[in-house]
Design a protein around this ligand. Structure first.
Ligand code: XMP
Length: 512
């Protein structure tokens, strides 16, 4: 396995993605970790990430003591290269010639980091993003590639197996970056590349059995990817010792509640409590217009209802959660200070502390796309595995203003037509998230010879990699006209369709 030390780069997680794609297990730890802990982890190689900091900053992040004398291969990326040079007797300077974006490097010598990928004497494209740069390299190193802005674009000390790159091999804009990282994990560090989802499944099933023994586990099921994969995996491990609780808050999409019950109870034979709590949720939400109050109310009710159902079952010692690796990684931040709350997101996150149960978290080492791969491996239906994200507060935050059952029904119809057309056009998997919003305005229209005075709706579709930023999906005009035509013709009560073309930022993905 490989250890990635995080110095606060925006793209550290991408390094981990590339390492795992090379079939090698890795973990991301903050740079503040002790050398003893690193020795216990016993990595075959260490990667030092980039950072927004400069080694000359007073508070510059430092490497763990004696990391360079542990005898492990090291790859330093950007700041990682600089901090390596700074520590080993080289020099780092702040230079006028900053490089951001695509750059060309000249490959001057052979090096095991790019052996079989790049040849000596060629020019290669890479992605740079740096202000500081290495100006003198430590003893034992040689420069093997250079660019206009970085005389030491790649440096290597083949004897100690230390490598430094000024560019970012982990981003897709460096075309052969993944191959370089693979060379490091396989050829340099000697990892075998056997970390696969099938292997992970077997290990994890063993781990769950060992943790749980003959105890009982309960798992909150939402129908989303994470809880579905977690539930199926735990069931594969311990069968009927698992009971799932599915709280239907009455704010799901059309047909979703039925699908959850059919898949998990009927098809997988998993013990499933299905609590239809729509009266309770819609009753408490009546007249609520403030988005934050909506969100908080829904979060509170989820926990209350879940607790009631868990108490009825009685006797479970374990609570299963679909926590993913990005939630586990301790983040390194240099901006300081708490960030403002844009929206109070809710998952059933507050539950573990309240319920005083031991957690079973079989996905806590995985990234989202790995969870999808695992889901496919263990037979979770494709419709669930590749499903777009759906927020905990559901359709409630897609109906600005107060909720009613009628509005929910209307929105479900619009949403169904929209998604049906997206699927028919083969666009579903290209889009991160697509959904309809019911607008709290009525507008005048004309149908046949008559006047209509009905509601307007908005359609939204975005691409994104993590939901933090998003771009509007560029549907063709034909597609939008077709969807608009169907909605207005088929759904009574809607006479106007708009397409939301706001990116995030400055918009958010959901409307509330
Ligand atoms: P925003 O609207 O903040 O959404 O741009 C970013 C992503 O998060 C989802 N989302 C939520 N997910 N509980 C969740 O589990 C929530 O309360 C919640 N609110 C928003 C949203 O659908 C998008 O994918």
């Amino acid at each position: 396995r490989i250890l990635i030390l995080d110095f606060g780069s925006q793209v550290t997680q991408l390094i981990a993605r590339r390492v795992r794609e090379s079939g090698v297990y890795c973990e991301i730890w903050p740079f503040t970790v002790s050398s003893d802990k690193i020795r216990d982890f016993n990595p075959r190689g260490i990667i030092l990430s980039g950072s927004p900091a400069s080694v000359h900053d007073e508070k510059a992040p430092k490497v763990p003591e004696d990391i360079f004398t542990m005898g492990r291969p090291i790859l330093g990326i950007c700041y990682g290269q600089q901090v390596m040079c700074h520590n080993l007797g080289g020099r780092v300077e702040t230079h006028d010639h900053r490089e951001f974006g695509r750059a060309t490097i000249d490959v001057a010598e052979e090096c095991s980091l790019f052996h079989g990928v790049w040849a000596q004497g060629t020019q290669e494209q890479v992605w740079m993003s740096h202000g500081d740069r290495v100006a003198a390299i430590p003893e034992g190193f040689k420069a093997v590639a250079y660019s206009e802005g970085a005389p030491f674009a790649i440096i290597a000390d083949e004897k100690r197996k230390f490598y430094g790159v000024q560019f970012h091999p982990e981003v897709v804009h460096t075309p052969h970056g993944a191959a370089l990282i693979r060379n490091f994990t396989h050829d340099v560090a000697g990892c075998s590349g056997t970390w696969t989802m099938a292997g992970f499944r077997d290990l994890e099933i063993e781990r769950i059995r060992r943790q749980v023994g003959d105890g009982k586990v309960i798992c909150g099921l939402s129908g989303g990817v994470d809880s579905s994969v977690a539930a199926k995996l735990i069931h594969d491990a311990i069968g009927d010792q698992l009971t799932c609780i599915f709280v239907d808050p009455g704010i799901l999409r059309a047909g979703e509640a039925d699908e959850v019950v059919k898949t998990f109870r009927d098809r997988f034979n998993i013990k499933l409590v299905h609590r239809d709590a729509s009266d309770l949720f819609l009753g408490e939400l009546e007249g609520v217009t403030d988005p934050e109050v909506k969100r908080k109310t829904i979060g509170r009710l989820f926990i209350e209802v879940f607790e009631q159902e868990a108490a009825k079952l009685g006797g479970a010692q374990f609570l299963a959660q679909g926590t993913l690796y990005p939630d586990v990684i301790e983040s390194v931040s240099f901006n300081g200070g708490p960030s403002v709350t844009i929206k109070s997101h809710h998952n059933v996150g507050g539950l573990p502390e309240r319920m005083n149960m031991e957690l079973v978290e079989p996905l806590r080492e995985l990234f989202k796309d790995e969870v999808r791969a695992l889901g496919r491996e263990i037979g979770v239906p494709e419709a669930i595995v590749s499903r777009h994200p759906f927020p905990g507060p559901g359709l409630a935050i897609r109906i600005p203003g107060a909720l009613t059952r009628e509005k929910l029904d209307l929105l479900r119809k619009v949403d169904s037509v929209y998604l049906e057309e997206i699927r028919k056009a083969g666009l579903y998997d290209e889009i991160w998230q697509a959904f309809a919003v019911l607008l709290p305005v009525r507008t005048v229209g004309v149908m046949g010879d008559g006047r209509t005075y009905d509601q307007a709706c908005a359609l939204r579709a975005v691409t994104s990699t993590d939901g933090m930023t998003a771009e509007v999906y560029p549907f063709s005009f034909d597609f939008l006209s077709r969807v608009s035509g169907r909605i207005v013709n088929e759904i009574r009560g809607i006479n106007r369709v708009t397409y939301d073309i706001t990116s995030k930022p400055p918009g958010t993905i959901e409307w509330e």
